[in-house]
Design a protein around this ligand. Structure first.
Ligand code: CTP
Length: 319
């Protein structure tokens, strides 16, 4: 489905009355972008009324004990327990405590990154956020290598690591974790039921191989708070994507936020096909009405913020 289709869709015509934001998309690679510090500060302040990413980025050891019951955020009637292993990996203080960065990059997983040569530019940011353990080594020229924080939905263990069903996949997974030495691994373990075994396997491997990463498990209120912020600003998202979650949280600890790999469309502006992910064969499943996400709407919102200078959306080639 092309960008044109989304422009025609009903949601696309709804206004996005964030401070000073107009609703049309623009060429997001336009060279004349300048950072709008006033708007960026205002957005940070408004988001802080809904969530504080320094706190909500993770639950802490002090608030839970092994065996505590947790209700899944999207499946309230289903519960899980804080296992001994998970408890061991809970941070004692926020992994983002007192951290502030001038320039952050958030790297989405769209195939628009392929042949972009954006790797070096992405790596030049002070803090680099990536999503869902996306591979980097094989794509370094286009996506870079540095990772300060990376997310891992439990489904990634199944989708990208074959549910660790052989020694080879276990090794690949451990290798990926080891390559993240020093970074934050952000695991939304309590969003939806069904992933608890995968989270537990991942956690056991981290402990077994004493992988040097700092784990974080988002607070139980984060998702609703993020959704609340955007809904209050008339952006009718269903469930925020990982990418939008990361942007919303990053406003707390980053001045200038640069987004790469955000392009939820099957074609680029010249009509050339774009892969859904830069690294696998998944297709545009989110277009189905069953998908919990509203990625094109998120994209239009981010484009509007780009045009206003609150963030910079990179969708073209890097030099
Ligand atoms: N993304 C995008 N365009 C794509 C693919 C991804 O803009 N074609 C952005 C989305 O914000 C997405 C993020 O990059 O959340 C990371 O991509 P992915 O790992 O595919 O996230 P999903 O699994 O699709 O979404 P979620 O994890 O939120 O369910």
């Amino acid at each position: 489905t092309s960008l044109v289709t989304y422009r025609k869709s009903k949601v696309s015509s709804s206004p996005i009355p964030l401070p000073g934001i107009k609703s049309k998309t623009s060429n997001s690679s336009s060279p004349e972008w300048t950072f709008n510090r006033t708007l960026s500060n205002l957005i940070r302040k408004n988001i802080l009324r809904f969530l504080d990413a320094e706190r909500d980025i993770s639950i802490l050891k002090s608030t839970f004990k092994p065996g505590d019951v947790i209700h899944y955020i999207f499946d309230r009637q289903s519960t899980t327990n804080i296992s001994e292993n998970l408890y061991n990996l809970l941070p004692t203080v926020s992994p983002m405590k007192n951290q502030h960065y001038k320039q952050c990059a958030i790297v989405g997983n769209s195939g628009i990154l392929l042949n972009s040569s954006c790797g070096r530019e992405i790596d030049s940011h002070d803090f680099v956020i990536r999503c869902n353990l996306a591979p980097v080594e094989e794509y370094a020229t286009d996506v870079g290598l540095r990772t300060s924080l990376v997310t891992m939905n439990p489904s990634v263990v199944q989708r990208a690591f074959q549910d660790l069903n052989s020694e080879e996949w276990v090794q690949r997974f451990v290798h990926r974790l080891q390559s993240l030495s020093g970074s934050v691994l952000w695991i939304p373990a309590f969003m939806a039921k069904g992933g608890e075994e995968r989270v537990e396997w991942a956690i056991r491997l981290i402990l077994l191989h004493t992988v040097n990463i700092r784990t974080a498990f988002p607070s139980l209120r984060l998702l609703h708070a993020v959704r609340g912020y955007w809904l209050t600003n008339h952006v009718q998202i269903k469930r925020p994507t990982t990418g939008l979650l990361m942007y919303t949280m990053a406003t707390r600890f980053c001045d200038e936020i640069h987004l790469y790999g955000f392009w939820p469309f099957a074609h680029d502006p010249d009509g050339k096909p774009v892969k859904y992910h830069y690294y696998d064969t998944l297709t545009y499943h989110y277009t189905s009405s069953a998908s919990p996400h509203t990625m094109p709407l998120e994209f239009r919102t981010l484009s509007a913020l780009h045009r206003q200078g609150a963030l910079r959306l990179h969708t073209g080639l890097c030099k």
